[in-house]
Design a protein around this ligand. Sequence first.
Ligand SMILES: C[S@@+](CC[C@H](N)C(=O)[O-])C[C@H]1O[C@@H](n2cnc3c(N)ncnc32)[C@H](O)[C@@H]1O
Length: 501
Amino acid sequence: MKAMQPAATSDVRREKTAIVRYRYSRPVMLALSHALIAPGTSVFDYGCGRGEDLRYLQSVGIDAKGWDPHFLPHTAIESADLVNLGYVLNVIEDPEERRSTLQRAYDLARRVLMVTVRVDRSLETAIQFSDGVLTQIGSFQKLYSQGEFKEYLQDVLGRRPHMAALGIAYVFKDEALESTYLASLVHRRIDSSSVQAMEEFSQDPVAQSYISLTSTLGRPPIPSEFAEYPLLLDRFGSPARIERLAHQHSSPTAIEEAQQRRRENILTYAAMMLLQGLKPVPFRSLPQELQSDIRMLWSSYADVFPEAKKFLFGIGDASMVRRYCETSSVGKKLPDALYVHCSAEEQLPAVLRLLLFAARQVVGDLEYNVAKISSDGRSISFLSYENFEDDPHPILLYSVRVYLPRAEYTIRNYSSSVNPPILHRKELLIDSLHPMYRIFRDLSDEEEKLGLLSSLSIGTRVGWSSVLEEHGVEIDDHRVMRKATMLSNPQMPASIPEEIN
Ligand SMILES: C[S@@+](CC[C@H](N)C(=O)[O-])C[C@H]1O[C@@H](n2cnc3c(N)ncnc32)[C@H](O)[C@@H]1O
């Protein structure tokens, strides 16, 4: 469909607000990661600026077109599967024009409209949004809060938006696509490192004989029963990790456990629809994979929703949430909260995962690596630590705390703080199958042995530096080293004092 072009506004201030970009914009990256833009999808970028997104999308074979009143005023305005209205609403001063632009973009969308606005400056300074820079500061910018943005979309378009991230929303027209999108949020990717570890284990000849001995004995062999145990330890890390890998390959209950997890995932998905006030998607519109799981696990699709409702009530029950936090098989347990690395979220009990979903309904998908679930289930914080894997004690850059009863959030930005909070005992946050597990754990053991973790001041960068100073050590590549002096070898691990002194 071709449409008449609206008069190109020659407002100089708008010219100044185009973004110079050297890769995909954040919303386009997000839509690619959610498979809303994929081969065969047409994209129309309404208010495309200089058209960088268009060029990148076209270069990978996506049918992408765009129009901009200032930069590309002579191209046709067309409908497409996905219409992108990126950072346009912020620059339109006239509320009526803003409204009609949004409506127009929505009318052009066949399956989904993606709208992005700038929200919350406090977060923008904390996160490198990979969105390039505004060429001129001082031009008009209508800044939204996430709540205001969501209400605005609902009000103008009369449809419930999905908050995909802070400042990024999807408004679906296509029910099947909406349901596939929601399902993809539930079935979050399994951490590829765990899959890799499982594959390596199943292909290793020593691990294979360990697995067969496990089946013969009906339990994992103790090290003295398996002569090659040291070899396994060397290849796969800790005894707990070996036991879990073997269990995944030999246990007769593994299939049941996998089914239970699928069941919980589907309940989470249905509960999420209820939470959003969406009516159940017709069975035939569900993704194929989901349809066959439902057929296998329930006698009818209608049975899923009453069970999901009960399941949903679980997140409002503080004592139940507390129990799940205390008994979770992953995460660092403190009296008031459970902390878990994003790679281990799949292992959380379903009710806790649902709490994370509920929080994401408020702020969308954020860049974070650790989630903090308060033991009463009332708040979730998404914490972003810098360089989680490589830095032995990463610093906290920012936290976004969602208070669920009021669907409100607050942001704390530590990115320019001289004394930001730092992290210890990283192994407690990840799954024991994580490839870095042993390295993190060995570092914590070492620190513990040297008494580095007993001071109350270690929680911030300055406090931790002075503890290291007092002990004359430093951390290098996840190892504690004696600090370089004229007499000692800086490469010497701190735990071999006789060789140092
Ligand atoms: C901040 S830029 C964003 C450009 C691009 N979407 C991006 O994300 O890089 C805002 C763009 O909105 C365009 N614009 C201003 N008023 C508009 C309107 N009424 N309809 C469509 N685009 C408009 C401007 O010309 C400008 O290129």
